[in-house]
Write a protein that binds this ligand. Structure first.
Ligand code: FMN
Length: 645
């Protein structure tokens, strides 16, 4: 077979281990862990799906090697706990049986112990051990590890490495990046020791080398070991690429793969996990530079989701392996689709951070575009329906498209009706924002899925009671979405509605006022600011983007700071050719000047009561049910289709 992405699909041999391609699944841990620290069944199924999806390696994470001095990544391996080794073995089995190599990430969070705990108070009351005494930015005291404790931790790495090998893992990733303990030792920012573990670069690398030696001793010479390094910490007083290269060179003799990531979890979150405001692959240059100085294979990571870009990385020799995290949440079958030249079917990650936000707040796995993530254990198969039905879907937004696709996969006879000329619903408006183009493309991908699954798509047609009476469907899924709220203020007809910005760009001048500082208004403001316009953003409440998730929001606010003038606590009362007149909290009128205005004050569910008796089976989904997120619309759509009997 002539593979489109030959180099990306080519196997890689390291010692006696053959990796089936160059697409590896990155560590994504921290959820579904039992109270005694074992991997839960949900996690096992999650990892298994990644292996089924064609990744060459699936990394199970994040194993805490020394619980006595750690506490963040609550998963650990401990033979004194009855199920510990068994659950790890089942996890490794589940990956291996689909042809992938199971890898395990070994970690210690050092002075950031407790980061992933949902109980933040408990986290703060824990002992925090780091290379040096100090006080964290959040005021939590850190105690320096003694040399005896260091030796105990080094020994623990070896001990769990041996257990991991026994459990059937075929690769180990020692986490030396992202601000965790090994990184703390490598970094002049954290490491102020004056003994043989601090000071010179050689001394700062000592702990990492001892850990790698301890692991090697436990697993033997033929077992591949990978070191995860932040190529650049991107913080003042931390190390930068020049030193990253020197660190990599010093560690090279002790490992088989150098994995080059970037930054720290605590300070550069949006670089370590490149946000939608960053270039795809913005950290690849770090791997490429480091690779020039090493002879072992180098892996790269960060915001990668496009096979053409991945192929270029491998072909040009920037890296030997590409790791992906979020891209494989969005589409676990991405590697298999690449292998089969079906790259047009890849569902791209939006970098919306629903995954990381849910992990931090509820310890669950969620993905905006993949309703199955976190629910694999409940079954990821879409089985044929016992009784194929005539299904009507009203509305071609993301929820409606996903419902139609799922119903058609089950063998139902599905027609989707969209009142506008094109499917996509609210996502169509995202095409105007370059950093959200994947969100726009999502609707196109779902439409392609519908077409391939045999859904008839009828555009320019509104589903009415009469249409239902005429068509007599067995099932009706109502996905009619929501419409923008237009406040009843003087001059409102002068304004462009944010959802229509993509159609009416030419009405937006260089001095623009955006009324409404929710997610949509803020993201539009960032875009216009990036285009060089003078943007005033007006919000009634005291805070912006309160509807954004906890990971995306701080990054969005940071972007706003760069170009946008923000006014909170102001209520718009009239729009004139001078700008927007507002009332402040003291009921005084203020003018926010601008020659054009965008309204972004939220959405309201479209009415659908007349359709509720349109079929024996009726389900209202997504925004039509309750204005919410794409995540919920897609999830609703998927289940509405599965529930048709
Ligand atoms: C939900 C989620 C969980 C993660 N958990 C871990 C982890 O346990 N250990 C780790 O080293 N990195 C973790 N990461 C970081 C990823 O391994 C990766 O470095 C980062 O997401 C950037 O890659 P991406 O842009 O392909 O997602 C996690 C990322 C995500 C999205």
């Amino acid at each position: 077979m002539d593979r489109k992405y030959k180099n990306l699909c080519s196997p890689l041999r390291i010692g006696k281990t053959v990796f089936r391609n160059r697409m590896f699944s990155a560590p994504m841990g921290g959820t579904d862990i039992s109270n005694d620290g074992c991997i839960g069944d949900k996690s096992k199924s999650f990892y298994e799906l990644r292996a089924k999806g064609g990744a060459a390696v699936v990394t199970v994470s994040e194993l805490m090697v020394h619980p006595a001095t750690d506490g963040s990544h609550a998963y650990h391996l401990d033979e004194s706990i009855l199920n510990s080794l068994a659950q790890a073995t089942y996890a490794a089995d589940a990956i291996r049986r689909h042809g992938a190599i199971p890898s395990l990430e070994l970690s210690h969070s050092g002075q950031f112990a407790g980061t992933y705990m949902t109980d933040k108070n408990k986290q703060k009351s824990m002992n925090q051990w780091g290379p040096s005494d100090g006080v964290r930015a959040d005021g939590v005291p850190v105690k320096a590890l003694t040399k005896e404790m260091i030796q105990e931790i080094v020994g623990a790495y070896g001990h769990v490495a041996g257990l991991a090998k026994r459990a059937g893992f075929g690769l180990l990733m020692v986490h030396g990046g992202h601000g965790w303990l090994i990184n703390q030792f490598l970094s002049p920012l954290f490491n102020k020791r004056d003994d043989e573990y601090g000071g010179s670069l050689e001394n700062r690398c000592r702990f990492a080398i001892e850990v790698l030696q301890s692991v090697r001793e436990a697993v033997g010479p033929d077992f591949p070991v990978e070191f995860r390094l932040s190529g650049d910490e991107f913080v003042e007083d931390g190390y930068h690429l020049d030193e990253g290269i020197r660190i990599a060179k010093m560690l090279e003799p002790y490992c088989d793969i150098m994995h080059v990531s970037a930054g720290t979890y605590q300070k550069t979150f949006g670089i370590t996990h490149p946000s939608m405001f960053e270039e795809h692959g913005r950290n690849v240059y770090l791997a490429a530079e480091i690779k020039k100085h090493l002879s072992i294979p180098v892996s790269t990571i960060g915001g990668l989701n496009d096979p053409a870009q991945l192929e270029e990385i491998i072909t040009s020799g920037k890296a030997d392996i590409v790791y992906m995290g979020r891209a494989l949440l969005a589409d676990p079958f991405m590697p298999q689709k690449v292998m089969e030249n079906r790259d047009d079917e890849i569902v791209r990650c939006l970098r919306c951070f629903t995954c990381m936000a849910e992990r931090a707040t509820t310890s669950t796995r969620r993905c905006t575009v993949n309703p199955l993530i976190g629910r694999e254990f409940e079954g990821d198969e879409v089985y044929p329906a016992a009784h194929p039905r005539k299904v009507m879907v009203a509305g071609g937004g993301p929820g409606g498209l996903y419902a139609a696709y799922t119903a058609a996969r089950r063998g139902h006879d599905v027609t989707l009706y969209e009142k506008e000329a094109k499917t996509g619903g609210i996502l169509k408006s995202e095409q105007a924002l370059p950093f959200k183009h994947e969100m726009y493309e999502l609707a196109e991908t779902y439409r392609l899925f519908c077409e391939k699954a045999g859904v008839r798509i009828v555009t320019g047609t509104t589903v009415t009671k009469e249409l239902c009476e005429q068509e007599k469907p067995d099932a009706l899924i109502i996905a009619v979405g929501s419409s923008p709220i237009v406040p009843n203020i003087e001059g409102k007809e002068r304004a462009v509605i944010v959802n229509n910005y993509y159609l009416e760009k030419d009405k937006v001048t260089d001095d623009v006022v955006i009324l409404g500082g929710g997610l949509a208004g803020c993201e539009c403001a960032v875009h216009l600011g990036r285009e060089g316009k003078h943007v005033h953003l007006v919000e009634m409440r005291d805070a912006l983007a309160v509807d954004a998730n906890i990971r995306h929001r701080p990054l969005l606010l940071k972007e706003l700071e760069k170009t946008v003038t923000v006014h909170t606590g102001l209520r718009g009362t009239r729009i004139t050719e001078e700008g927007v007149y507002c009332l402040n909290k003291d009921n005084e009128e203020v003018l926010i000047p601008g020659t054009s205005v965008i309204l972004a004050v939220g959405q309201r569910s479209n009415p659908c009561d007349e359709l509720l008796d349109g079929a024996p089976y009726v389900r209202v989904i997504g925004d039509a049910n309750k204005v919410s997120t794409i995540t919920n619309a897609v999830y609703d759509g998927y289940h509405a289709a599965l529930d048709i009997q």
